[in-house]
Write a protein that binds this ligand. Structure first.
Ligand code: MG
Length: 370
């Protein structure tokens, strides 16, 4: 049995939609035409193809955390963890690792996290016992809701969406990259938490990228909801953080070297910073007058008119760029932090084009030809 996130209720998102089609029937009852699953496969569909096996390498084992990492287990104690039912984490710690204490229940981090890069090492019980889901089963739950399966899948079959590396019940791993029981294996995960609108509506599902033993097994997959067992559960409206949870599935799976990095939100442009050049109209004759070749010893640009704007031809670009006027002599690149400012002589003829990209000093390029 998989740990089911108890806080995931039965709201509207993510579940299997029931499509009722009102077909004329003798008893005037609408016929339930289909109950599609998000992927088309049933959860745990035994017909779903198994991931191809690939021999992993060892380069991620014992990876040292970057300096800004939140270390969740440094080999000594479970101070960062507690029991999922409250109270201290009662799993066993020995030899720089900790292990599931069967029957003690799942453990979770005391802190909650949203977007993270996470590293975790695990080892299946050796010698192996059991088969399918009964063989070295545990799990890494992101936000307490999305399970990356931990299982002894080494030369051992189970349903595809429950193999090691699966987003449980939803996305089989791209490969079976597991190592033999007893050997240290690594998860390296990039997790992006779901985003919600202020009203709680799901704006962006969670996104999971995961490497198992250095092999990509989940490539930016978007869970349809929290992982569960035998049913689809929806996203919990508004929940964008949660603890890291490790599952007690009754098997003494070992863990060590667990750390994560909390990832920053990208900085959105403020209204003032939002690039939306206010284009002014420049008469065609004035645009034509600016056309020409500008350059110094090492660098040349060409300016041509096209319709109501100018084209900028740069030496290191095949295609000319459209530059638009925000003043009669000031043109900007619509997509890039860069501009061209023209100077005129007393006779009104352009003499210099000052060309700038990003942090470059505006480069004064004398006009050298028409
Ligand atoms: Mg599991």
């Amino acid at each position: 049995m998989a740990v089911r996130s108890s806080r995931l209720g039965a709201a509207a998102l993510g579940g299997a939609a029931i499509v009722a089609t009102a077909l004329a029937t003798a008893g005037d009852r609408p016929r339930i035409a289909s109950i599609p699953t998000p992927s088309g496969w049933r959860e745990h569909d035994m017909a779903r193809p198994r991931p191809a096996a690939v021999e992993p390498a060892d380069w991620t084992v014992a990876a040292r955390p970057p300096a800004d990492a939140v270390v969740l287990f440094d080999g000594r104690d479970l101070a960062a963890w507690e029991s999922s039912s409250g109270g201290p984490a009662e799993w066993s710690v020995a030899d720089g690792a900790f292990a599931v204490a069967p029957g003690k229940g799942a453990i979770r981090t005391k802190r909650s996290f949203g977007d993270v890069q996470l590293h975790l090492e695990w080892a299946s019980p050796d010698p192996p016992r059991g088969q399918s889901q009964g063989r070295g089963n545990s799990g890494l739950f992101l936000m307490g809701a999305f399970e990356l399966q931990v299982l002894d899948s080494y030369k051992a079959d189970t349903y595809a969406d429950g193999a090691a590396g699966a987003i449980y019940g939803q996305y089989p791993p791209l490969y079976n990259a597991t190592k033999p029981p007893g050997q240290w294996q690594t998860y390296d995960v990039a997790f992006r938490a779901p985003r919600f609108s202020p009203s709680g509506a799901l704006r962006e599902p969670a996104r999971i990228t995961a490497f198992l033993n250095g092999v990509l097994v989940q490539n930016g997959e978007t869970p349809v909801g929290g992982t569960s067992w035998l049913e689809a559960v929806p996203y919990e409206p508004g929940a964008s953080t949660g603890p890291i949870v490790l599952q007690d599935h009754g098997h003494p799976v070992k863990f060590r070297n667990v750390w994560l990095r909390e990832l920053p939100e990208r900085v959105p442009a403020t209204e003032a910073e939002r690039h939306a050049p206010k284009i002014v109209a420049v008469p065609t004759a004035e645009l034509d007058a600016l056309a020409g070749v500008y350059g110094d010893g090492g660098f040349r640009i060409e300016i041509r008119r096209q319709d109501d704007a100018l084209l900028l031809k740069l030496p290191f670009r095949e295609t000319p760029l459209r530059i638009v006027p925000i003043a009669p002599l000031h043109f900007v690149l619509p997509y890039t932090d860069g501009d061209v400012v023209f100077e005129q002589g007393a006779d009104g003829e352009p003499t210099v084009a000052r060309f700038r990209i990003a942090d470059g000093v505006p480069r004064p390029l004398p006009r050298v030809g028409k």
